[in-house]
Design a binder for this molecule. Structure first.
Ligand code: F6R
Length: 226
């Protein structure tokens, strides 16, 4: 899965060196980032002109915070490749006005012509980024209250479930749907039901946000799930 996903992302970056990427955190993409780092070391892909945007960030955590999502991408990817750190971005989790930070983040992405590639994971409940199941979804980057299921799933990265932030900033479903290309990775038994639903259920349902990907003309799901 990681080799395949990294191959697709590297090909896109080689074809368009200043491409604009959204990048997820989590367990699933770690291997992809390792393969990308290896390809970079071997001179097979150049990160120096690319623009990289975190898909999401917790409210209340800074860029330096160990559990923060910018820090995650720094640890798992940026420090291992020849990226220009001034071209790496995350929503400002420490902003006194998160709603304004969300608007500014979207404007930054728009200013570069929007996303070329949205690289994504998927939550057990079908969330993408932190676009959680809800009766309505958001067009652009916004501040979201996290669901109990996501807080519990992400507590593995914190000392206790109480420490997990309750809010996050995430690129919106519209930000993702306007990306030229979407690449999703998924593995593990706990994702099997979500991937089965994504494959087989043709209905669009805001309570299963990834179902909207069916409307996008260029989506690749790279998965080990049969
Ligand atoms: C995190 C993100 C989330 C994750 C999803 C799966 O930046 O975008 O949507 O992709 O929660 O996480 P893992 O890979 O840890 O199962």
């Amino acid at each position: 899965m990681s080799e395949t996903a990294a191959g697709i992302l590297a090909k896109e970056l080689n074809g368009n060196p200043s491409a604009v990427f959204a990048l997820p955190t989590g367990s699933t993409p770690v291997g992809t980032y390792q393969v990308l780092a290896k390809l970079n070391r071997e001179g097979q892909v150049d990160f120096s002109h690319g623009n990289f945007f975190n898909v999401d960030e917790y409210v209340g955590l800074s860029r330096e915070s160990k559990q923060g999502y910018y820090h995650f991408l720094y640890e798992n990817l940026y420090q291992h490749v020849n990226v220009d750190l001034t071209k790496t971005h995350a929503p400002d989790g420490m902003a006194s006005n998160p709603e304004l930070a969300a608007i500014q983040y979207e404007e930054m992405i728009d200013g570069l012509g929007g996303l070329d590639i949205a690289f994504l994971g998927i939550g057990r409940n079908g969330h993408i980024g932190f676009n959680e199941p809800a009766s309505s979804l958001h067009y652009s980057t916004y501040c979201v209250m996290l669901t109990e299921s996501t807080i519990e799933a992400n507590s593995r990265f914190f000392k206790s479930v109480e420490e997990v932030p309750k809010q996050a900033l995430t690129i919106g479903m519209g930000t993702i749907m306007r990306a030229k290309k979407i690449v999703m990775v998924a593995n593990g038994e706990d994702k099997a039901a979500a991937i089965k639903r994504l494959r087989e259920d043709t209905s669009l349902d805001t309570e299963f946000p990834s179902s909207l990907l069916r409307l996008h003309p260029d989506v690749t799901v790279v998965t080990t799930i049969k």
